[in-house]
Design a protein around this ligand. Structure first.
Ligand SMILES: Nc1ncnc2c1ncn2[C@@H]1O[C@H](COP(=O)(O)OP(=O)(O)O)[C@@H](O)[C@H]1O
Ligand SMILES: O=P(O)(O)O[C@H]1O[C@H](CO)[C@@H](O[C@H]2O[C@H](CO)[C@@H](O)[C@H](O)[C@H]2O)[C@H](O)[C@H]1O
Length: 458
């Protein structure tokens, strides 16, 4: 007999619980109704399943429905007992064992050696039906779009939260890059697939985990803070120069990933007039959301018009699409790019569309700019600090482009007008992102537009 505490979660409870979750993307829209799409139980004993993968359709009065994945057992949803280690191991066991249940398929990635490559502690935990050691399982607490579980610092399972029908971009690009042997992504080890609107749909992704890794944003900020604390004339070389080496390695890593993506998905060309028209359309949409952008529109449109007049076609390909320093992880021996889902605010078709690789370079240049302005956001730095910050920024921009040229033979700075166009398009995206998600950060991209509009450097 089914334990009543594992009964289907009450839809009204879920309608109240969902909007409180960090990964819920329809903030500010009242949930009208929650309907189950599929519900797949996993593991457990006589007391009921250890976990359930519930795919839910969430309906609203004022916008299109969205689909979310909720995992009772892992998630503390009302009226379902949560046992995180047991639920997490049930998921890993299903992937390692290639389980098919209901509409869901749990699969080890062919050729990657799962489950044999798992270490002895995880292998024992998967074969043992007794209670797992809680220390083997850790749910990442960071502010994330999805939910990731780390198993014994060895593998990481990302549970996708907002789900769209079809193959998830993160999985698609990790798979292509892993198959090419890329050293710049976490190796893909397995996946969970369900069904949505009749299409096989990605629900989860298992990959290698890099313990003790540091992200590029944290490293860049530490370097900028050192430069701010050191007012000697050679401060940038002395205190902040450590990041220059990393910026060059990051540039080289991104260049290698771009080359691999060309091998996997091919290349095409776009007409500069079409690229400029896309930028102008993004700007018009953004002005409607953030009126503070309106005063910058004439300058931006003028730059886009200049770009439209370029005569050389723009090479385009699959790219990362939302690259910033927080998406880069320095592992013990290399830099990994994370999270290939593209910009969360753009529709899937736009996120999957080929673009110039300069868009990723622009994302990183913007991130270097953020790193120099974020630590002084609440103060007016003196002229000397401003000089040091701008030296830091220029040094690392050059290092990044030099690294990209090291691995590809192409210096992104050599297509200056095009690169500037992509930087501007990215700033417009950032303005909308900050205005809607983190209004306290909005002054950072807006101040850059002020400077660029006045003919000053970023
Ligand atoms: N393979 C990995 N090894 C080590 N840490 C990782 C790995 N993948 C992700 N992380 C950590 O988890 C965080 C969130 O990962 P990300 O893929 O960006 O998830 P989300 O889609 O939820 O934003 C990263 O910023 C990083 O700190
Ligand atoms: O959630 P994602 O990581 O996919 O990306 C979104 O959030 C980012 C912030 O976390 C945002 O990045 C912006 O802020 C960064 C500093 O926090 C900065 O380094 C980036 O250059 C800047 O774009 C990103 O735009 C957004 O898509």
């Amino acid at each position: 007999m089914t334990d009543p505490t594992h009964a289907p979660v009450n839809a009204a409870h879920l309608a109240a619980w969902l909007p409180e979750q960090r990964w819920f993307r329809a903030k500010g829209h009242a949930v009208r109704e929650v309907r189950p799409v599929s519900s797949v139980p996993l593991g457990g004993d006589g007391d009921g399943p250890a976990a359930r993968l519930d795919l839910l359709e969430v309906r609203f009065d004022d916008r299109a429905p969205q689909y979310y994945q909720v995992v009772p057992g892992l998630d503390a949803v009302p009226s379902y007992p949560a046992d995180v280690p047991a639920a997490a191991l049930a998921l890993l066991r299903a992937i390692a064992g290639g389980v098919e249940r209901g509409t869901n398929r749990f699969r080890p990635e062919p050729g990657t050696g799962l489950p044999d490559r798992l270490g002895p502690r995880l292998t024992a935990a998967l074969s043992d039906s007794g209670p797992p050691a809680p220390s083997l399982v850790r749910v990442l607490a960071a502010e994330q779009s999805n939910t990731s579980i780390v198993f014994d610092d060895e593998v990481i399972l990302k549970i996708f939260r907002q789900v769209e029908p079809g193959l998830n971009l993160d999985l698609e690009l990790h798979r292509a890059l892993t198959r090419l042997g890329s050293d710049h992504v976490a190796p893909l080890l397995g996946a969970v697939e369900g069904e949505l609107q009749g299409e096989p749909t990605t629900l989860g992704m298992l990959s290698g985990y890099a313990p003790h890794a540091v992200d590029g944003w944290a490293m860049a900020l530490a370097s900028v803070r050192d430069v701010l604390a050191d007012d000697a004339p050679a401060a940038v070389a002395r205190s902040g120069g450590d990041f220059e080496f990393e910026a060059r390695r990051i540039g080289a890593a991104v260049g290698e990933v771009h080359a691999d993506l060309r091998t996997a998905f091919g290349v095409d060309v776009a007409d500069p007039a079409d690229v400029a028209a896309d930028f102008a359309a993004h700007l018009d949409e953004a002005v409607a959301v953030v009126p503070a952008l309106r005063s910058h529109a004439p300058f931006l449109h003028a730059r886009y018009r200049r770009l439209a007049g370029l005569s050389t076609p723009v090479p385009i390909q699959r790219v990362h699409g939302d690259l910033h320093l927080g998406q880069l992880l320095r592992t013990s021996h290399t830099w990994w790019l994370l999270d290939f889902e593209g910009e969360p605010a753009r529709p899937l078709a736009q996120r999957r569309a080929p673009r110039s690789p300069l868009y990723d370079v622009a994302g990183l240049l913007r991130s270097l700019d953020y790193a120099t302005h974020y630590p002084v956001r609440d103060e007016a730095p003196d002229a000397d600090a401003v000089r040091r910050l701008s030296q830091w920024s220029a040094l690392n921009r050059e290092a990044l482009c030099a690294g990209y040229a090291d691995s590809t033979g192409v210096d992104p700075g050599s297509s200056q007008q095009l690169l500037e166009g992509y930087v501007l398009d990215r700033i417009v995206y950032e303005v909308v992102y900050e205005a809607t998600v983190r209004p306290a950060w909005l002054p950072i991209p807006l101040a850059t537009l002020d400077r660029l509009g006045a003919g000053m450097p970023q």
